[in-house]
Design a protein around this ligand. Structure first.
Ligand SMILES: C[S@@+](CC[C@H](N)C(=O)[O-])C[C@H]1O[C@@H](n2cnc3c(N)ncnc32)[C@H](O)[C@@H]1O
Length: 214
């Protein structure tokens, strides 16, 4: 039994981006905190077990390990280009038995395609995704979300607010990019959504956006 869980006893000196399922997606010392934050945030904004949730860039299921257990079966959908992260998250954090019971769905995609699930979503989360994405990727994400969002859709997305807008056209990792609030609001509202900054705190000083279907 012990050997199955040994990977959880990781070196907390591993850096974000290092190839371990916990450190690849952020500081390993905050893995549990960032799990709890995502779960608390979404339930605060109305997520209930009957809702369908899209977890954009779900990584090693840092949030997914709580969402999957909480939601009713067939209600969790994760998109993640790095399949090994999802596989390790299932193996070390969840167990196959939970997956059999709750039937989460995954897509291993890097183009922000969400319609392959054939589902209309009530909620979405992008925790530390717009912190690495180009403006074109964010626009593509919003465009594709507009095709799968329910009428009552709510989307919580974190970004790093700064004076400058990242003007590159590629994903930056493990480094981060910044955008101004005005810029984020402009590109998100182009796709028929409303967007406002929330007062919710983040352990890595991201700003949370609440994005809703108009
Ligand atoms: C900082 S991690 C955040 C993981 C997860 N959202 C969380 O907070 O636990 C960023 C994640 O985005 C994934 N990613 C990279 N490119 C992506 C893309 N084009 N679309 C969606 N996710 C992407 C990375 O593989 C990584 O798992």
């Amino acid at each position: 039994m012990f050997s199955r869980f040994h990977k959880n006893k990781i070196n907390l000196d591993l850096k974000p981006g290092d190839k371990h399922y916990r450190s690849f997606i952020g500081p390993p010392a905050k893995y549990d905190l960032v799990s709890a934050m995502q779960f608390n945030l979404l339930t605060k904004y109305g997520l209930r077990e009957s809702h369908k949730l899209l977890d954009i860039g779900c990584g090693s299921l840092r949030g997914g390990r709580l969402f999957i257990i909480y939601l009713l079966e067939n209600n969790y959908y994760g998109v993640e280009p790095e399949k090994w992260l999802v596989d390790d998250g299932i193996h070390y954090e969840l167990r196959k038995e939970i997956v059999r019971l709750k039937k989460p769905s995954f897509s291993y995609d890097s183009d922000f395609n969400f319609d392959s699930f054939g589902v209309e979503f009530d909620f979405a989360i992008a925790q530390s995704i717009f912190t690495h994405a180009s403006a074109e990727q964010i626009k593509n994400c919003m465009h594709n979300l507009s095709k799968v969002a329910s009428k009552e859709f709510r989307f919580l997305a974190s970004f790093i607010e700064g004076d400058k807008n990242y003007d590159g056209d590629t994903w930056v990792y493990p480094g981060c990019v910044t955008y101004t609030m005005d810029f984020m609001e402009k590109i998100i509202c182009e796709y028929g959504f409303s967007c406002k900054k929330t007062e919710d705190l983040h352990p890595n000083n991201h700003t949370w956006l609440l994005i809703e279907n108009n």
